[in-house]
Design a protein around this ligand. Structure first.
Ligand code: NAD
Length: 342
């Protein structure tokens, strides 16, 4: 175990990067040395009140200076000054950055948009924390895969699962994006199973799953319809009792007005959580049912934030700072997970 603060850099400060930076800054055993930005936009300006700004291309320094944003250095400078870089750049860019991290002899975490081969392991805190202990390069799986792992792992672990069929109704893009669509169509992924099924196997290796993914015109959350055929006999009460042991699974009730993703995100805003985020997977209580050996349920995933606790836990695993239970407890406490009741 180490007794000093882990020095963290964040490369790519978009939807995911800025949330990771904030979450890391709340931890007692790690500190944010700086973030890497590409443009002197409003996000850079706001971030500069809290974090040191590094840039990925020195020729943009004057643009940042002209906008009054102080530049501390380059991506290369930051890589030379941290223990670990959290790469949260757009899909495919992380893989290109890996060489820089390697040359600087630092560790790195990549996000779910990268191929699973970018890391020595893929990560979900509940299902395979220990596979990333002392690793140098780790990938935190995507928002959808994290959502599936969160609710399926407790069931897989306790009752065993013969087979899962999941339909993923995906938000088209994030709320801060006004460019991507669709805005008036429903777009199925014609590849069946979608990439989520093999991705889940990178964090729950023995699971047998098929997934279908469909994109719809909304920005708030994804919704998953899950059917899991269990190996052992279970009652609804036993299943719910199992989920109740895991704080990152939050049961929500349609009868209390939480009948769609709109109200769930409204409740997150009402709770005044960080950026109105919902780190937990919202699982609709009324949807949970058992027919023979098949468990059915519907859940909602806040894509902007569910992977944030996992990034913090992955850092602890990679430096062997704490064991799985202690790390999850620390992360949950810092982010207010487990104290909510919506
Ligand atoms: P984003 O587009 O919101 O943010 C990426 C940021 O990186 C932007 O600020 C962009 O300007 C910056 N950037 C672009 N090129 C760069 C470069 N060469 N160097 C440094 N910064 C650069 O993307 P995001 O949604 O945060 O996604 C980041 C990663 O997280 C992807 O792998 C994605 O698949 C994954 N992910 C996204 C979500 C989600 O719902 N948004 C959820 C889970 C995982």
């Amino acid at each position: 175990m180490l007794s000093f603060m882990i020095k963290v850099g964040i490369n790519g400060y978009g939807t995911i990067g800025r949330r990771i930076a904030h979450a890391v800054s709340l931890q007692p055993d790690m500190t944010v040395i700086g973030i890497v930005k590409t443009k002197p936009d409003y996000i850079s300006r706001i971030a500069s009140n809290t974090f040191n700004i590094f840039i990925n291309d020195l020729k943009n320094k004057e643009d940042f200076n002209n906008r009054g944003i102080k530049v501390k250095g380059t991506l290369e400078d930051l890589a030379g000054d941290v223990d670990i870089m959290i790469d949260s750049t757009p899909e495919g860019v992380g893989e290109k950055n890996k060489q820089l991290y390697d040359e600087n002899n630092i560790k790195a975490i990549f996000q779910g948009g990268e191929k699973s081969t970018v890391g020595e392991s893929s990560f979900n805190a509940y299902s395979n924390f220990n596979e990333s202990v002392n690793k140098r390069f780790v990938r935190v799986v995507s928002c959808n895969t994290t959502g599936l792992a969160r609710t399926l792992f407790p069931i897989y672990n306790r009752f065993g699962i013969k087979h899962v069929d999941a339909t993923l109704i995906r938000r088209a893009t994030d709320p801060n994006d006004s460019k991507k669509g669709p805005i008036n169509s429903i777009e199925p992924s014609l590849k069946i199973p979608s990439h989520h099924a093999p991705d889940l196997k990178t964090v729950i290796s023995g699971i047998n799953i098929d997934t279908v993914a469909i994109k719809v015109p909304t920005t708030l959350m994804h919704v998953h319809v899950v059917k899991a055929q269990l190996k052992e006999k279970a009652s609804r009460e036993e299943v719910v009792e199992e989920w109740n042991k895991y704080h990152r699974v939050l049961r929500v009730y349609g009868k209390e007005g939480l009948s769609s993703t709109a109200q769930i995100m409204d409740a997150a805003r009402e709770m005044q959580s960080n950026r109105s985020d919902l780190y937990e997977i919202a699982l609709w209580d009324e949807s949970v049912s058992l027919s023979g050996d098949t468990l059915s349920y519907i859940q909602a995933v806040h894509q902007e934030s569910d992977v944030i606790p996992e990034n913090v836990d992955a850092i602890r695993a990679m430096f062997n700072l704490e064991d799985k239970e202690k790390s999850i407890e620390m992360t949950d406490k810092s982010l207010g997970i487990g104290r909510r009741n919506i």
